[in-house]
Design a protein around this ligand. Structure first.
Ligand code: SF4
Ligand code: SF4
Length: 506
């Protein structure tokens, strides 16, 4: 058994680190032996905050502000073009950047580094101003201190995206962006923590969940230093600096969930004891107890997994046939209602129903006496690698690789509309970064890698189960769920899919 675990570590670490830090530090500089040392070391050996240039920048007091300022500048241009430019999605900066580049680059950043978008999120820029307006602020209601509201908002957002065809409307896209700014400001002004990021924002919810397979995580250098630390400034803050806005306590962090990568904790710690450590991306998927064993958190992951397939399903021909059938059956032409039913089933009923059924079957086969909530939490984290892979194949694989080059003619068109001919005439055939025939094989490989990683994680979790390891029979229901997700994802990916935001079919 240990050999299987070791072999799995070699293969998976080799894959991820090759793409991640091979690119940053020179391919091949880290040998697999050294990667294994990183994984097994309790105190972080590789701390991004100690890297020569990038570490200094990240620790710099204004580092995050510079990144947010850059994002705010891009957002301002998008808002301007969205409100005043051509209302044709594939030619407008607001829609192309939002629905092609942003989603693809977020997935790449999550895979290669971590929650880079939340780190540079411009929506939280008004936070300081809002907190000044509000003074001390109130506590977020106890009944809402969980992921249920975030799950609801994420569902609402995905449903709205399909119903209103947000991807096809520059105007609606920029109104959504403005709504983010307003919601963030209002909640920060009323409440004293960062409830918008932690409990409401659908992008934050998506990024937190995705970041659980990222290769970096906030941790501490020395537990002894934290034991003797009086002020706990990393979470409490001080007169000069803010503590953790989402109220995470650095010495207790075992997951990237709820961490916006703001690095306020690192700046606030007077003992320079906070690290942004490189880690095994499968650590959370394979570590028992990395997440609280709560219904909301584990069902969120299953909803994230089913939504990865459901979101792609909304862009292929069978969705229209299904809509027609439902329209006839229900005798209604209300597309919003029909899509609400379809996505309600795919995003909520199926993950909750199949997830709890899978957990129940696994518990029965393992002959365990425990609440269903614990059985669900026992294996749900292992589904994350596959779920992330499906989102990645869709956003970073299909949409980004097929259309990323379109930013060049769209930008040229934007400049020409403002009588600036410096950048030449747009070539609207620019778009794919890869030959289109390569996209299907690329997606297949990504989904297979995600499936293999989840398969491996289920095996590790079964062996690490408390009291006694689970046998293969107890793993079978979860393996069946993985097969179902991967199989349906591949079926959907091989159907003709709308290239939303691209000039080819946008
Ligand atoms: S402020 Fe620094 S030393 Fe104190 S508890 Fe937080 S991380 Fe540890
Ligand atoms: S632990 Fe808190 S303060 Fe530190 S990076 Fe994460 S969200 Fe920011």
């Amino acid at each position: 058994m240990p050999q299987r675990e070791e072999a799995g570590n070699w293969v998976l670490l080799g894959f991820v680190w090759f793409f991640n830090f091979g690119l940053l530090t020179g391919i091949g500089r880290l040998t697999i032996q050294r990667m294994k040392q990183i994984v097994s070391r309790p105190v972080p050996r590789y701390d991004v905050l100690r890297f020569p240039v990038i570490g200094r920048f990240l620790r710099w007091r204004w580092g995050r502000l510079v990144m947010q300022g850059l994002m705010l500048g891009i957002t301002a241009v998008m808002l301007y073009d969205g409100f005043t430019g051509r209302q044709l999605a594939p030619t407008n900066l607001s829609t192309v950047i939002t629905w092609v580049h942003f989603r693809g680059l977020v997935m790449l950043a999550l895979l290669l580094f971590g929650n880079l978008f939340c780190m540079s999120c411009p929506f939280t820029l008004p936070r300081t101003l809002a907190q000044r307006v509000s003074g001390s602020g109130r506590r977020w209601p106890k009944a809402l201190r969980n992921k249920w509201l975030a799950v609801g908002v994420l569902f609402f957002y995905l449903w709205l995206y399909e119903w209103l065809d947000l991807w096809a409307s520059p105007l609606l896209t920029v109104w959504i962006i403005l709504a983010y700014f307003v919601a963030s400001f209002v909640l920060e002004a009323i409440f004293k923590e960062s409830p918008f990021c932690k409990y409401v924002c659908p992008l934050g919810t998506f990024n937190f969940t995705s970041a659980t397979i990222s290769p970096t995580q906030i941790t501490i250098r020395s537990a002894d230093t934290c034991h003797t630390c009086v002020g706990k400034e990393c979470v409490n803050g001080s007169e000069k600096v803010l503590g953790c806005g989402t109220e995470l306590f650095a010495p207790q962090i075992t997951s990237n969930m709820d961490c916006v990568f703001c690095l306020d904790c690192a700046r606030a710690c007077p003992h320079d004891n906070v690290a942004l450590a490189l880690r095994n991306p499968l650590r959370e998927a394979t570590t028992m107890g990395a997440w609280p064993r709560r219904w909301d958190l584990n069902l969120l992951v299953l909803i994230y997994a089913f939504a990865s397939v459901g979101n792609a399903f909304g862009m292929v021909p069978p969705i229209y046939a299904l809509e027609n059938q439902l329209s006839i059956c229900l005798n209604t032409e209300d597309e919003g209602l029909i899509l609400f039913i379809i996505f309600g089933v795919i995003f909520v009923l199926l993950p909750v129903g199949l997830g709890t059924l899978t957990a129940w079957l696994s518990r029965t086969l393992a002959k365990r006496q425990e609440p269903l909530r614990l059985s669900l939490a026992r294996y749900t984290p292992a589904v994350m690698p596959l779920a992330f892979a499906i989102w990645f194949a869709h956003f970073a694989g299909f949409h980004f690789l097929s259309s990323a080059g379109s930013i060049v003619p769209v930008f040229q068109g934007f400049m020409l509309d403002h009588r600036i001919s410096l950048f030449g005439q747009p070539d609207w055939t620019m778009g794919p970064l890869l030959p289109l025939a390569w996209l299907d094989p690329f997606e297949l490989v990504v989904v297979l890698v995600g499936f293999a990683a989840s398969f491996y994680a289920i095996g590790v979790r079964a062996r690490r189960a408390e009291s006694k390891p689970d046998g293969f029979a107890a793993q079978l229901p979860w393996l069946a769920l993985l097969l179902l997700l991967a199989g349906v994802a591949m079926f959907v990916f091989y159907l003709p899919m709308e290239m939303r935001g691209s000039v080819f079919a946008g």
